[in-house]
Design a protein around this ligand. Structure first.
Ligand code: E4P
Length: 220
């Protein structure tokens, strides 16, 4: 599996990368908005530098129609390089944009997935990653476990290389359910990871072991 950080905050990214086994970073315009003011491309470049060569970086396109998406893709390639994964919302124009971007040798993370059919279209259009929005689906009474497992079944059955990058989490139960439903990758806000690893049960258990360790080292 892979773990990505769902934030554009440079300090959170530095700490997250130091402590966790991080394989990539995902952003979208709403996530980026939290860190304003900044120069857009300077901020994206700073995140890409933190990712280095070993982690993937996923940047969402903001344009609405496929022609503008392609123009934005070219701008991102020029500023950040062609190895960035372009997050494309799976709308009608988005599917066309995915085909075009893949035809030009770009990398694509199909995003805003609420329904299995969007994932199917994105997989067949050549997307590298698919991002189902788990918490947002739950809010609309859509079963994200079903959507993820159906997409995984198709990928495995027909031998596609696309990976499921489950996103939009509000608690760790959603994260673990997504992984066991078949997600290859999850993207999680560092604050959510931190809260899970600071569970009072875990902290209390570790404290008792430290106390007993100190005692056994003293030998009495
Ligand atoms: C990441 O790729 C997604 O855009 C993000 O997880 C969406 O999260 P939200 O539903 O909390 O906005």
């Amino acid at each position: 599996m892979e773990l990505m950080l769902d934030t554009a905050n440079l300090e959170e990214l530095k700490t997250g990368m130091e402590f966790y086994p991080v394989d990539g970073v995902t952003t979208n315009p709403s996530i980026l908005k939290n860190d304003l003011p900044f120069d857009y491309y300077a901020h994206l470049k700073a995140i890409k530098e933190l990712c280095g060569d070993k982690r993937t970086f996923h940047v969402q396109l903001g344009a609405e129609n496929w022609q503008d998406m392609l123009e934005e893709a070219r701008e991102i390639w020029e500023k950040l390089g062609k190895d960035v994964y372009l997050k494309v919302p799976v709308t009608q124009d988005g599917v066309k944009a995915i085909k075009e971007i893949k035809g030009l040798g770009g990398r694509v993370t199909a995003t805003c997935i609420y329904h299995t059919i969007q994932g199917i279209m994105a997989i067949h259009a050549g997307a590298d990653y698919l991002a189902p929005y788990c918490n947002r689906m739950s809010d609309k009474d859509i079963d994200y476990i079903d959507v993820i497992s159906q997409l995984r079944e198709l990928i495995d059955r027909d031998g596609y290389e696309a990976k499921i990058l489950a996103a939009s989490f509000k608690n760790m139960t959603q994260v673990t359910q997504a992984i066991y439903a078949g997600a290859h990758t999850v993207t999680v806000q560092p604050a959510l990871l931190k809260s899970a690893l600071h569970s009072p049960l875990v902290t209390a258990a570790a404290e008792v072991f430290t106390k007993d360790y100190n005692r056994v080292r003293e030998g009495k």
